[in-house]
Ligand binder design. Structure first.
Ligand code: BEZ
Length: 211
């Protein structure tokens, strides 16, 4: 069965371009992004892994460890990394799992047989420090993911984990946020001293509390 939000992300051991890893040990207390791509030496995947590598500092700033996966073998991954670095102006320094026995792909339901019997789809999981699944997205092979959107979601998840707020459509870090229903309107000034707006009784906003 596929993993759902709030489920514990299962642990696994795997061989990667940076050696054998235990997923939970690799994550430690960090947030994690585990993502699959269909195959090495393919164009969209080359840009996705290059973009992820370029955003290394952005992931590090948010205390996020990234881990990629495909069902291709280790030697193929290692050769392909040279192409990614050369063509994407990148330095791929996160591990890529060689899941040629499909152990992790099956565990995380990354092979969707009606899309492809052979290859993983573009699955992506954001995992919290509590090892729970916070977000899942699945894209088809033909559509590269937007890794700025992944960072935006992480900003929202990290903010909403610490404050009684939610983030509106298209929100980006620094913009006003929504006060959740759990906070009574009369309690807002004490909880959110930067100010607030009552647009409707159920739609109350405040400046981002951690900025
Ligand atoms: C790609 O990364 O470009 C790709 C991979 C598998 C199928 C189609 C496209």
């Amino acid at each position: 069965m596929s993993l759902r939000l709030g489920d514990i992300a299962p642990n696994f051991q795997a061989k990667t371009t940076l050696g054998e890893i235990d997923f939970y040990e690799y994550l430690g207390d960090s947030w994690g992004v585990l993502f699959s791509h269909p195959a090495d030496y393919t164009p969209v995947c080359t840009t996705e892994l290059g973009k992820t590598a370029q955003l290394k500092d952005e992931f590090a700033k948010r205390n996020v460890k990234v881990l990629a996966l495909s069902v291709d073998p280790l030697d193929k991954h290692k050769g392909w990394i040279n192409d990614i670095n050369e063509t994407q102006n990148a330095d791929v320094n996160f591990p890529i799992i060689a899941d040629d026995d499909r152990k992790v792909s099956d565990l995380y339901d990354m092979i969707h047989p009606n899309a492809s019997e052979t290859f993983t789809v573009r699955s992506l999981f954001i995992i919290g420090p509590d090892k729970k699944v916070k977000l899942t997205i699945t894209y088809p092979a033909s559509t590269g993911r937007n890794f700025h959107e992944v960072l935006r979601v992480i900003d929202s998840l990290q903010l909403t984990a610490n404050y009684s707020v939610a983030t509106p459509a298209n929100w980006v870090d620094g913009e006003d946020v929504i006060v959740t229903a759990a906070v009574k309107t009369e309690d807002i000034p004490a909880r959110f001293p930067k100010g607030h707006k009552i647009i409707k009784p159920y739609l109350r906003t405040t400046p981002q509390p951690n900025k």
